[in-house]
Design a protein around this ligand. Structure first.
Ligand SMILES: [Zn+2]
Ligand SMILES: [Zn+2]
Length: 182
């Protein structure tokens, strides 16, 4: 199994890789998720001018805490990617103005050394495939704001008239629209 894409292997031909990363190979520490299936991936790497082009796809499954009720929300994710990398060391010898131009070019990522870690690339791609806010189900009722009961599984006797969540959402939405247009 190959974990690194080595620049010297890319001198002439396109190189294809594939693998299956069990939980633990990709470091998700601090990402608030749990990998619950291997990350099955394949990728092709080739030189594209001064850059390395890496295109491929993956699939896996992760669990995140539901943003409303905090119970595990499982996501089956798959994604294709087509990325360009440029060696940072090599960049130092380029003209100043060219560096500036490339730094603005968000399409290209930079790396140091002579090898690219596949696990680092997949780490970022898995995060990109996930929603900003996880939901265990689309209509998750969340936790009672008063007593903290998970209203999906149990009802509580807290007074419901303390605030009108729908009205609050509308006010919030209006504020956001105003901010955007100003
Ligand atoms: Zn939920
Ligand atoms: Zn309650």
């Amino acid at each position: 199994m190959t974990y690194f894409i080595d620049l010297k292997d890319l001198a002439h031909d396109k190189v294809s890789f594939k693998g299956s990363f069990e939980p633990g190979v990709i470091d998700f520490t601090g990402d608030y998720l749990r990998q619950v299936k291997p990350v099955d991936w394949n990728a092709g790497a080739e030189r594209a001018g001064a850059e390395i082009r890496i295109a491929g796809s993956f699939e896996t499954a992760v669990e995140m805490a539901c943003s409303r009720c905090l119970e595990p929300a499982k996501y089956e994710v798959s994604k294709t990617f087509d990325l360009f990398f440029r060696q940072r060391d090599q960049l130092m010898f380029d003209e100043d103005d060219e560096i500036e131009l490339n730094e603005k070019d968000t399409r290209t990522a930079f790396f140091s050394g002579t090898r690219l870690a596949v696990s680092d690339i997949l780490h970022e791609q898995v995060l990109l495939a996930l929603p900003m806010k996880a939901l265990c189900k689309l209509d998750c009722k969340g936790l009672c704001p008063v007593c903290g009961t998970n209203v999906n599984t149990k009802s509580c006797n807290c007074p419901q008239e303390q605030f009108n969540p729908n009205l609050e959402t509308l006010v919030e939405l209006k504020k956001r629209l105003e901010n955007r247009s100003s």
